[in-house]
Design a protein around this ligand. Structure first.
Ligand SMILES: Nc1ncnc2c1ncn2[C@@H]1O[C@H](COP(=O)(O)OP(=O)(O)OP(=O)(O)O)[C@@H](O)[C@H]1O
Length: 273
């Protein structure tokens, strides 16, 4: 997928949701990451064709989605707060998908996502997580050249969120917005970090993990890191550090730290705060 964003701006009256966005990415899966209110949903609403930019333009595979009347045959999107107001059962939705020619593996996904447990429930009475699973069932089962998902796993438990991320990591033409660094890293091969409607970092997976920065998990919550290690940020037992790998291996051998990995989005995110 080729995504090109040129001087893109969207305003809501006096407030700009995003402004002056420029980037070009060629990737199968792009993650738009950012703090609350940074403009992720605004950008996705343009990319899904729901909103025209106030200025500039966005092109997916060479076309502007908001100018294309047949975009629904190409783009499938799902927003964070799925709301089903129709009084039909989950089983009716499943049946409709099973008879739709562009959808497949519906039965298999109903089992994998745990939807079979609430097939008899009405769509307008589902919990947030159940509604999100139904939304994801449609997104995952049915073909589309481009799939746009806004915070796809925000209401799901860790196991189901992991299952979804595993499926998404095999998908092509995916654009996902998330504020979860773990999810972004699990799924995407290109990252755009937004802050207050502007891009503060963008680049490939390779670039993201290139810095000599690590995320360390302490063995105990009261543990402190000693030695030749510079602590950059601390989040409870997770600490972002600059260090030589050998030094961290030593700390692991001594039992002070439980493990470490190259820091990616968490570091880029914190640096852009
Ligand atoms: N309909 C609207 N009317 C006025 N301002 C809006 C509207 N929608 C978004 N905004 C503003 O635009 C900015 C970007 O909002 P947006 O929803 O795109 O952020 P986000 O990154 O998706 O946030 P979150 O992670 O909290 O969902 C925010 O300052 C928000 O208050």
């Amino acid at each position: 997928m080729r995504l090109k964003v040129e001087n893109l701006g969207v305003n809501y009256g006096r407030v700009w949701g995003v402004r002056g966005l420029n980037f070009e990415a060629k990737a199968d899966r792009i993650a738009i990451v950012g703090h609350n209110g940074s403009g992720k949903t605004t950008l996705l609403s343009v990319l899904s064709g729901l909103r025209k930019p106030t200025e500039g333009r966005a092109l997916i595979n060479g076309w502007e989605p908001y100018r294309r009347s047949d975009r629904w045959s190409v783009i499938r999107y799902s927003f964070e707060k799925p709301q089903f107001s129709i009084p039909v059962k989950v089983s009716d939705l499943v049946e409709a998908l099973e008879t739709n020619e562009s959808c497949n593996r519906v039965d298999e996904l109903v089992d994998a996502l745990g939807i079979r447990e609430f097939l008899d429930h009405r769509l307008d009475g589902l919990s947030s997580g159940q509604a999100q699973l139904c939304n994801l069932l449609t997104a995952l089962a049915c073909d589309s050249e481009v799939l746009i998902l806004d915070e796809p796993t925000s209401h799901l438990d860790a196991y189901r969120a992991g299952l979804i991320d595993e499926m998404l990591s095999k998908r092509k033409g995916l654009i996902i917005a998330t504020h979860d660094p773990e999810e972004g890293e699990a799924v995407a091969d290109y990252f755009v970090i937004l802050k207050e409607g502007k891009i503060v970092w963008e680049g490939s997976r390779r670039k993201l993990f290139a810095e000599g920065i690590y995320e360390v998990t302490l063995s105990g919550i009261d543990e402190t890191i000693t030695g030749n290690v510079e602590v950059l940020h601390r989040f409870g037992a997770i600490v972002v550090v600059r260090a030589e790998e050998e030094e961290l291996i030593e700390l692991m051998r001594s039992g002070k730290i439980a493990g470490f990995k190259r820091a990616g989005l968490r570091y880029a995110y914190v640096e852009s705060r």
